[in-house]
Structures are given as C-alpha cells and as structure tokens.
Design a binder for this molecule. Structure first.
Ligand code: NAD
Ligand code: MG
Length: 392
C-alpha cells in the first residue's frame, strides 16, 4: 500500500487523482489532502478518503473547514496551514508519493519540499518546473527524488522514450489542441471574451490552464517543463497543433522513426501511469473510440498569431529567472484578462514587457526565484494599471 499526499485535491487534477485512487484502493491510500479555499468539497473528500492530515493553505478558511466537517458529521482530522504545514504534509515519513496539483507558482513550495524530502513526486504543477527547473533537478539528484510527469504531453513523451535509448532521440514533438481560437482571424482576438476563451475544445481543466491553452502559453510552459524533465535543449522540443487531442505527444528518433502515444483525452490515464510507474494496470478510462476518430490532423502552430510561444522559447534561452518571470507575468495577465481589465491580446504584451525589464538572477537559488516571482507580479500589475491610466 502506497500512501499519497495530494496537494490541490479540490481542483480538476485533484479530483481525477482521487478517482484513480478510488479505482486502485487496494494499492493506494490518502495520507493528506490540501486545498486553498474550497472547504465544502474538501470536507466531502475527507468523508470518503479519511486522510490523517489536511492542509488548508489559506488560514482564513480553517474555521469554515472544521464547521464543514461537523456539518457532515465527519471527524475533523489534524489541520495544518501555511508553508510549514505544507512541508509537514509533503515530507512526512509515512508518505511515499506526493501528487503536486496546486495551480500556479504557489505549487513551487510543496513541490520543492517533496523533492527535498526525496519522495516520488507525481507532477501536474508544471509551473514548479518552469520557475525552478534547475533547482528541482539539482535537488532531486542529491535526494534521489523521482519526478514523474502527470501533464499528458510529458507522460506521453515518457512512454515514447521507452522505445529507444536517450542518445537515439532527435527531438520531442509536443502536441497542442490549438485552443478555442485556432481558426479565429487574428484581428478578432482583441475582442474575444473570457467566456469564449474558457471554452476549451477537448479538455476540461482549471481556469488558468484553459486561458493558457487559448494563448498557447500552456504549450510554451510545457516546452520549458520538457527541457528540465527530459534534460534536453529546448531547440529539440517542437510543437505540433493536433486539434483532436488523441496523439498526446511524440518522440522522433535519429533513424527517422517517430513513436507516438495515443489515447482518450482523460487525465486519469497519465495520473494513473504516474502513480503506478513504471507498471501499467487496468484503468477506469474509456478505451479510445476508433469509430468516432474520423481523422487525425497535424499542422505547425501560427507563431505570429500566438506570440506566447516565442516568449517561452526566449525565456528558456535566457535561462536563470527568465522562465519564472514569464510564468508570474502570465499568471497576473490571465487574472486581469478574466477580470475584464485587459484584452486577450495584451496577455503576451504584459509578459514581453516583464521579460524585457527583468534583471536576470540565479535560477538555482530558491530566494532569487521567489524574489523574481514577486517582482514580476508587481511589474505586471503596474503595467496593467498604466495601460488603464493611459486609456482614461
Ligand atoms: P484547478 O484550478 O482546477 O485547481 C487548483 C487546485 O490548487 C485547487 O485544489 C486549489 O485549492 C489549489 N490552490 C489554488 N491556489 C492555491 C494556493 N495558493 N496554494 C495551494 N493550493 C492552491 O487547476 P487544475 O486544472 O487542476 O491544474 C492544477 C495544475 O495541474 C496546474 O499546474 C496545471 O497547469 C496542471 N495541469 C492540469 C491539467 C488539467 O487537465 N486540469 C492538465 C495538465 C496539467
Ligand atoms: Mg498538457
């Protein structure tokens, strides 16, 4: 029986992870669950999975969580909060696997503490790898932590890499659905609404990643994630738009052979693979319906229409804290877009300006990463403020 600490249990990945744990309840149990503020759902999950510890990251919601448990006649487990509480949950000796599924750079701390404690880290929180890839990789070398990807493209790459030796790899090809604006004329993008941007054609996910999929910044972040996860230069990581989201990614080998991983678009597949890695077990995911697959299309992304792709490659080329700045500026820009404060087309503009103004710091120091993250958020907020002032 492997014991899991699940960070971000109330989110889209968190809920899918619990569905996999329920399906494989003879192999996995839950040691800890954490959420930021959705205390009602968290209490529902406690009733089913009976964790020993619960983390409520926003301390203002602790009382409401206790009440929610009592309302459901559920025994209140030990409750922890703040950075020390998260570290306790990720590094407890009882824990075998930490599933890192919080959203945004907030996922860095639990991911880092899990890696520092030498755990198996099933990583959904790509932002941790983007902002601190160098630090996490160096730390895992010291502690022996094993980082297994949950992101479907990286899970696919990991599976494809099993077909050959590392020296035989020519390039990785990450597939992208292309998002809801794949066929929208570029001149209309300035007017698209948050509601339109939140309509992802193939995946149901949290808001931030859904908007990132519409700008294609999600794919840019995934290129950076792949650079660290697979220790490969970003120039050898390419993007291919594939609207059907059936081929989850590919690896091209030096002999010209391309190995692809296909399957139903259901995150429970890569989550289960990460939990049982390197073993495969029967899964609750519906098998691919070949009758419904009429065609598989592939084309190169439009980099002019989606400037976030080039910004991500630029950031990884610059290295150090540049990817951290791109992620933080993007987090703020997405929030401001969702709140109606900037048009969709300003998302890359905010990121570009932040990258331009940033003085690079070391990418292997947690302090300089946290400082770059703070700086970029403030910069992005100011940028949006000035834009408003200029328009008024
Ligand atoms: P979500 O918005 O649905 O859920 C986010 C979770 O994080 C919630 O449980 C929330 O309580 C928690 N959270 C929010 N703010 C927090 C904070 N400040 N500190 C700690 N926890 C906090 O997001 P999601 O779609 O489940 O995505 C989670 C992560 O997985 C992201 O990094 C995303 O890029 C990645 N991912 C998601 C998918 C997907 O299909 N949803 C696919 C690949 C990768
Ligand atoms: Mg992905």
């Amino acid at each position: 029986m492997k014991r899991i600490s699940l960070i971000g249990s109330t989110g889209s990945i968190g809920k899918s992870t619990l569905s996999v744990v329920e399906h494989l309840s003879d192999r996995f149990s839950i040691f800890a669950l954490t959420a930021n503020s959705a205390v009602g759902l968290l209490a529902d999950q406690v009733a089913v999975f009976r964790p020993e510890v619960v983390g409520v990251t926003d301390a203002r919601h602790v009382d409401a969580f206790r009440r929610a448990c009592r309302d459901r006649s559920v025994a209140v487990p030990e409750v922890v909060t703040g950075p020390d509480g998260l570290r306790q949950i990720t590094s407890a000796p009882e824990v075998d696997i930490v599933v890192s599924a919080a959203v945004g750079a907030a996922g860095l701390w639990p991911t880092y503490t899990a890696v520092a404690a030498g755990k198996i880290v099933a990583l959904a929180n790509k932002e941790a790898m983007v902002v601190a890839g160098e630090l996490l990789c160096k730390t895992s070398e010291v502690t022996g932590a094993q980082i297994v990807p949950i992101d479907s493209e990286h899970s696919a790459v990991d599976q494809c890499l099993r077909a050959g030796a590392r020296g035989e790899v020519l390039r990785l090809i990450l597939t992208a659905s292309g998002g809801p604006f794949r066929e929208t004329p570029v001149e209309r993008l300035v007017r698209v609404t948050p509601e339109e941007a939140l309509k992802h054609p193939t995946w149901k996910m949290g808001k931030r990643i859904t908007i990132d999929s519409a700008t294609l910044m999600n794919k840019g972040l995934e290129v950076i994630e792949a650079r660290w996860l697979f220790d490969i230069p970003a120039q050898k990581v390419d993007i291919m738009v594939h609207p059907q989201s059936i081929v989850h990614s590919m690896v091209e080998f030096v002999d010209g052979s391309i190995v692809a991983q296909l399957g139903t678009a259901d995150m429970r597949q890569p989550i289960q693979y990460a939990l049982t890695y390197p073993e495969r077990l029967p899964s609750p995911v519906a098998p691919l319906d070949w009758g419904a697959v009429s065609r598989l299309e592939f084309h190169l992304p439009d980099r002019q229409k989606f400037p976030c792709i080039a910004l991500a490659y630029q950031a990884i080329e610059l290295g150090d804290t540049a990817p951290c700045v791109v992620n933080a500026a993007d987090e703020i820009a997405v929030e401001e877009f969702l709140n109606g404060n900037i048009p969709f087309t300003d998302i890359p503009n905010v990121i570009d300006a932040a990258l331009d103004a940033h003085d690079l710091q070391s990418g292997s120091s947690l302090d300089s990463i946290l400082e770059a993250d703070r700086w970029a958020r403030e910069f992005a907020k100011r940028w949006v403020g000035h834009r408003h002032a200029a328009q008024c």
